[in-house]
Unconditional design. Structure first.
Lengths: 409, 277
């Protein structure tokens, strides 16, 4: 009790207007901000990979495997913020045993499993299968066995088998696009379907979430590519980088338009909540929404990329601008998630007052856990890069002798 | 030609299909089919079968057998709940012995409260008279519901316990089974505390409630049946706020003919705190 009072007392000073007594404690905290942010990165990175396979954007070939592995690394971590947020995480498996099919939240596990098992891992498996076999043949010890096991002890590298891999990959990617839309559209749907909350309740929510996911995914892969390539003492492929920046720019234009459309729609509709929402936007959310999300995370990077493209800047300047813009975009999209999740809980359902959110540092829902959850996918990605090198030079060529042997067989 | 069903035909067909020759042939054709599948599909299908089979086994092991018998829960949970120790008796049981008190309460303002809200769990008392129930006699109990809180509904009797006869126990003046005020309230504030405190900080602080609400004496005795009136036309507010009203110059003016003629004033302006809009 003493602890609760100590936690709540400073919050009371932050309250403005009138709120209901149970609104002082916010239930969806920083971890629930991370959840849509991370799933967005997954969906965005996958959509980027699909540009290569389905839409045949050849320039993006160097980042194809990087984006798939990035999607996988973040996908593995995506349910962790939800787990840490639960009061009894050890009971969460029951949602799979006896799911309530009419609950959208209960369906997340199935959407997640479908995307992870049937789309992402399958596509990575088909893409890497040939290389896994050939790597295993050259390697010794534990690496050999890891690669043999991950290829499920497959050993057919005939032309026919490789053609089948490519065909399968294309079909999975085509299936994967609606699946990626489902995954992140679902996260938007969870918020958009909360009828009682005017900040969330909007049919545009899944679509806005989806496009912001694509923006954040492309920006993340661009960042990883630009950091990892010099670390490997290699040259960044400028054609690929330019193409990435172009797609980032197009996705941001669509995302920006949708957000503005949502904004205009709300103002024109002017429902009874408009007064408290305008108080929220001009007060407690001013820095994170207007300054960080719109100005720093959207308008500045949009302008910077547009100017770079228009004036044909030299390569080094381009790199600097793309890199800075991608970082700003990440900050902006994180802020978008913050503004949705935290913003939606800051105003009272009485529409007469605003409450406050005090982030804790320690504890299961604190800043430290959130940082750990954000760092974890980077560690997983490092391990994945070591085990499944996504670089073009790591792709193995089929030895001629091997081909002949297979033909003779 | 009409098709005629002959049971002998069916018998011979079944015999033929299950003859060892045919089974062997089928086995061989299955083998042929499996071998001709791409290697990837063969390996993935083994993994897929394991991945599908594993949850099915886990489900068999972990889901209680009686889950879903009546609904989306364990049927035996009902028996577990039923077997729990009973603490509360319910109002019917109280009525069996204390019908005189229950009847008084039933006609009073506390008719929706059950006896056990104040007297505590009574099942043990119904089994054994020697177990006596307690009645809260301290001043701290009644304010659980009747302490002034702005979120309580208007008309709900509320007090500020520090100011309200601070040395007396509530039951000295109020009978909890028929909690009428000991005397008719002189001020509206006794029941309409929220409005009163809101008005106290507004520009309308000096206007008495009865200026706008015609209140029959009967309202104080039967508050829900006999209601006070509300101003029903724009001219009422206009008597102070119209352009030609004979009132203090500090009072804000409005042109009643120009300003939102279709609405009554209080539909937009909250009269107990007019500066809020």
């Amino acid at each position: 009790m003493e602890e609760i009072i100590q936690h709540l007392t400073p919050l009371v000073k932050e309250i403005s207007g009138y709120i209901y007594p149970n609104e002082i404690e916010m239930h969806w905290s920083l971890l629930i901000v991370l959840y849509p942010y991370i799933t967005g990165l997954v969906a965005g990175a996958f959509i980027l990979a699909s540009l290569v396979k389905v839409f045949n954007v050849k320039e993006l070939q160097p980042v194809y495997r990087i984006s798939l592995l990035t999607a996988l690394a973040f996908m593995l971590v995506a349910p962790l913020p939800l787990q840490a947020h639960l009061g009894h995480p050890e009971k969460s498996f029951e949602i799979f045993l006896t799911p309530n099919v009419t609950s959208a939240m209960a369906m997340f596990g199935f959407v997640y499993m479908w995307y992870l098992m049937a789309v992402l891992q399958l596509e990575i498996w088909f893409d890497y299968r040939k290389d896994l076999i050939l790597w295993a043949r050259q390697e010794k010890g534990i690496r050999k066995w890891i690669h043999r096991f991950t290829s499920f002890f497959s050993n057919d590298i005939s032309e026919k088998a490789i053609a089948f891999d490519e065909k399968a990959e294309k079909i999975i990617t085509i299936l994967g696009i609606p699946s990626a839309f489902l995954l992140h559209g679902y996260v938007g749907f969870i918020f958009g379907s909360v009828k009682a909350n005017p900040w969330w309740s909007s049919v545009l929510m899944p679509i806005v979430f989806l496009f912001s996911a694509i923006v954040s995914g492309i920006a993340l892969v661009l960042l990883i590519y630009m950091i990892v390539t010099p670390m490997r003492s290699k040259q960044v492929d400028m054609n690929c980088l330019d193409k990435l920046a172009s797609f980032l720019f197009y996705a941001m234009i669509v995302d920006f338009s949708l957000e503005i459309l949502d904004f205009i729609h709300r103002i024109y509709e002017s429902e009874e909540s408009i007064h408290i929402l305008s108080e929220l936007v001009s007060g407690k959310l001013f820095i994170s929404l207007v300054v960080v999300q719109l100005l720093i995370g959207m308008i500045i990077p949009l302008g910077a990329i547009a100017v770079t493209k228009a004036f044909k800047a030299p390569a080094e300047l381009k790199k600097l601008i793309y890199f800075t813009s991608a970082i700003l975009v990440q900050v902006g999209i994180f802020s978008t998630r913050w503004n949705v999740v935290v913003g939606g809980q800051l105003f009272s359902k009485s529409f007469r007052g605003l409450t406050a959110y005090k982030m804790t540092f320690l504890g299961l829902e604190g800043l430290l856990v959130a940082i750990a959850i954000l760092v974890l996918p980077l560690i997983i990605l490092y391990v994945l890069f070591k085990l499944l090198p996504p670089w073009e030079e790591a792709r193995m060529k089929i030895p001629v002798i091997q081909e002949n042997i297979n033909e003779n067989n | 030609m009409k098709f005629k069903f002959n049971p002998d035909d069916l018998k011979s067909l079944v015999k033929k299909s299950f003859s060892s020759d045919n089974i062997n042939k089928r086995r061989q054709s299955m083998k042929f089919f499996w071998k001709n599948l791409p290697e990837q599909i063969r390996r993935l299908s083994v993994v897929a079968v394991i991945l599908f089979a594993l949850p099915l086994v886990v489900r068999q092991l972990l889901i209680p057998t009686d889950f879903g018998k009546y609904g989306h829960y364990r049927a035996s949970a009902l028996d577990e709940i039923v077997s729990q120790e009973i603490h509360y008796a319910g109002r019917e049981l109280c009525n069996e012995c204390h019908d005189d008190v229950v009847e008084v309460k039933y006609n009073g303002y506390h008719k929706t409260l059950t006896c056990e809200v104040c007297h505590g769990p009574a099942f043990a008392h119904t089994e054994d008279d020697a177990i006596e129930l307690e009645a809260p006699r301290k001043r701290s109990y009644c304010p659980t519901c009747h302490e002034y809180l702005p979120s309580r509904p208007s008309g709900f009797p509320q007090i500020i316990s520090a100011r309200h006869n601070s040395r007396k126990a509530c039951i000295k003046c109020h009978d909890p089974h028929d909690p009428k005020p000991p005397e008719t309230p002189r001020e509206c504030k006794a029941c309409h505390a929220e409005i009163s405190y809101t008005k106290a900080v507004s520009k309308h602080v000096d206007i008495p409630c009865t200026r706008c609400h015609q209140t029959p004496e009967e309202h104080k005795i039967r508050p829900r049946e006999v209601l006070p009136s509300k101003p029903h036309n724009r001219e009422f507010c206009g008597s102070c706020h119209a352009l030609d009203a004979e009132s203090s110059e500090d009072i804000p003016r409005i042109d009643l003919f120009e300003h939102e003629r279709r609405y009554n004033c209080w539909q937009c302006h909250y009269p107990h705190l007019p500066e809020a809009n």
